[in-house]
Design a protein around this ligand. Structure first.
Ligand code: GLN
Length: 235
């Protein structure tokens, strides 16, 4: 983690920011400030190159057209988005970080190739609460999903977790990780609902785990969401 301000890049929030995914940047910023670091969110809009000076890069979800636009822009200005960077993408963001995704119109688009993931439209849209198990330090992952795309992981990416409820990637796995690049189908925003995932990204950026934070209200939100999902499943 730099001695000076930590810069959290929020990529193309005007096209990749559905369901409050831009809140992921706020969560990272807060969790750094609560630990005494200076941190700020740096939005990077369409028409701007992606600065290579940022400490982490976030991409949110988006509709198909917006996603294709975002991918085209990022392919052109992707110098900063190397396999060594800390990058986190949600839904359309995950798909753009993959090698290729197919739109509803049947057109294939190149992704950034930071995750070994290809995506095609599935048979029906997954709209639900999504719960996945993941080994410690993450534990159960929770969020909601709204996507048509079904993602297939190649040998160079590992899933983030395994689906307990919902669809995730579509084959029982959820999300993808390669090095310090991660993608998920969890909206929520994901990092508010899964603080251990936020801290994993921060540990990647810092090069070591950060001290734990005691935030009872965040723990309560997590318990409430996991319990609500269990209740709905059994009713
Ligand atoms: N357009 C993509 C899909 O439906 C992503 C949707 C999203 O980001 N929520 O698969």
């Amino acid at each position: 983690m730099p001695e000076s301000t930590v810069h959290i890049g929020l990529l193309l929030p005007e096209v990749l920011g559905t369901y409050g995914d831009s809140g992921n940047a706020q969560v990272l910023c807060r969790r750094l400030r609560w630990r005494g670091f200076d941190a700020e969110v740096v939005p990077v809009g369409l028409g701007e190159p992606v600065p290579s000076t940022l400490d982490m890069y976030l991409l949110g979800g988006g509709e198909d057209g917006a996603q294709a636009l975002a991918a085209a822009h990022l392919r052109k200005h992707r110098r900063a988005l190397t396999p060594d960077a800390v990058v986190f993408g949600v839904c359309a963001g995950l798909q753009v970080l993959g090698t290729r995704f197919r739109g509803l119109d049947g057109v294939d688009h190149d992704g950034l190739g930071l995750l070994d993931v290809t995506t095609e439209p599935g048979e029906r849209r997954a709209v639900a609460e999504l719960v996945a198990t993941s080994p410690e330090p993450l534990g159960p992952l929770t969020g909601f999903e709204n996507h048509l795309g079904i993602s297939k992981l190649g040998a160079d990416s590992e899933p983030l977790g395994h689906v307990v409820r919902g669809t995730g990637n579509g084959d029982g796995t959820e999300g993808a990780v390669t090095g310090h690049v991660a993608g998920t189908y969890l909206h929520g925003p994901a990092l508010a609902r899964n603080p251990a995932l936020a801290d994993l990204l921060l540990a990647w950026a810092a090069g070591h785990p950060l001290p734990p934070l005691e935030l009872p209200e965040v723990d309560r939100l997590r318990v409430e969401r996991l319990t609500a999902t269990r209740r709905r499943r059994t009713s």
